[in-house]
Design a protein around this ligand. Structure first.
Ligand code: AMP
Length: 401
């Protein structure tokens, strides 16, 4: 079965068409700048053929029509008709407490995704628009499935998700830790269990480190998330490309008072001007920051150092949370590609017998064990594949119908 995986953003629509018989990507692309004058599509087929054009896409509906044109009619077409698409899987950022797993879309589910926009204003509304536009293009015959970034974290116990503020805010507004990147943490922890030959083992303890532009770490015990570093929104945890991670809230109110900042400006500062960018003053991109550090830029070196140190502290806290770890997994842009970060983080665990094979650690972006045979804890690079994970969930749900 061919599954279309869709990630609808406020002004973009990313997609992949995956053949689930061999799990190969048949085509992928991006409809960008939806709603703007210069909206455009970039599409690439499995054999390298490409289609790129400026197309008027005032709304997500036209974006779906454009992606269907790219798939079915363009010079880089990969299928002959709509009928070849067996199902559609939508990435959805926030499932609140309502969705603890992926599910089939019906009117009620679509409305619930929209209702949850309160918890993820930048994401859930565009996802909803994506579902509506998709239904318009495909009708209701093609099953659609929603896969939530938060769902994997719904197994966390209360002690991990309740914040130390008056309980009434949880009761009134559902303010709690939800986590993020759940699809990725689930995918790499399952791959890790499979590599170790310990699928379904309730005692298997894995710390998964998704370190990209956005970054989070999870403690996964027996296949279930027991704690994660992202919080109410994807801002908590440790420093990221432009996000601050956890900061003493009093420091923020102090700055807001000094600088006459509104809550929204404060949030903007923490989300968009902090992290690697804010500390280094150079860039939010790890490569740029590391290059500047290598040239002697102190603030860039400090940003690198803080990121690695904070990651190590989270890994350590999750080892404590699970009373041990069998494996540590690195994934996403930085986790898969930055050997120095991996070495620096793992050095903090030499006391418990973690040993890295520095030759293997030079490998980038491949599924590989980078610990030595006598390391007491296995360390892996496992490239994440959120689209494939979404397609797999979609297939499982469609097969169960
Ligand atoms: P992601 O959000 O997962 O796409 O990851 C983006 C981050 O990965 C950026 O900070 C990049 O600088 C970083 N990254 C990608 N490739 C490399 C590389 N070869 N070495 C170091 N960092 C990399």
């Amino acid at each position: 079965m061919k599954i279309l995986v869709v990630n609808a953003g406020s002004s973009s629509l990313k997609y992949q068409l995956i053949d689930m018989d061999n799990e190969q990507v048949i085509a992928k692309g991006l409809c960008d700048k939806i709603g703007l004058e210069d909206s455009n599509v970039k599409h690439k087929a499995f054999d390298g053929r490409e289609y790129a054009a400026e197309v008027k896409m005032p709304t997500h509906s036209e974006a779906f029509e454009t992606l269907m044109y790219a798939l079915i009619e363009s010079d880089a077409k990969v299928i002959d008709s709509y009928d070849e698409i067996g199902a559609i899987g939508h990435r959805v950022v926030h499932g609140g407490t309502y969705f603890d797993k992926s599910c089939l879309v019906d009117d009620e589910v679509a409305e619930k995704v929209e209702e949850l926009r309160e918890l993820a204003p930048l994401h859930n509304h565009p996802h909803y628009l994506g579902i509506v536009a998709c239904t318009k293009t495909f009708g209701k015959e093609v099953p659609q499935v929603v896969v939530f970034d938060t769902a994997f974290h719904q197994t966390m116990p209360e002690k991990a998700y309740i914040f130390g503020i008056p309980y009434e805010y949880y009761e009134k507004y559902k303010v709690r830790r939800y986590g993020a990147h759940g699809t990725s943490h689930k995918y790499v922890s399952e791959r890790c269990a499979a590599i170790m030959g310990r699928e379904g083992d309730k005692d298997l303890k894995i710390v998964t480190c998704h370190i990209g532009n956005g970054a989070s770490i999870s403690a996964v015990k027996g296949g279930e998330c027991v704690d994660t570093s992202m919080g109410f929104t994807p801002l908590d945890g440790f420093i990221m490309g432009t996000r601050s991670g956890g900061v003493d809230p009093s420091a923020l109110t102090y700055i807001a008072n000094k600088e006459n900042m509104t809550p929204d400006q404060l949030s903007d500062m923490c989300n968009k001007k902090s992290g690697l960018l804010g500390i280094s003053g150079v860039s939010s991109d790890n490569r740029d920051v590391s290059a500047a550090a290598a040239e002697g830029n102190h603030r860039a070196a400090l940003a690198n150092e803080i990121q690695r140190y904070q990651i190590a502290k989270f890994v350590g806290s999750y080892i404590a949370a699970m009373n041990g770890a069998d494996a540590i997994v690195f994934t996403a842009g930085i986790g898969e590609n930055d050997p120095v970060l991996r070495t620096e983080v793992c050095k903090h665990f030499e006391y418990m017998g973690v040993k890295i094979d520095e030759e293997k650690n030079k490998i980038r972006g491949e599924e590989v064990e980078i610990s030595t045979p006598d390391s007491k804890v296995k360390v892996y690079i496992i490239p994440t594949n959120e689209e494939l994970a979404i397609a797999k969930d979609t297939l499982a749900i469609v097969n169960s119908l």
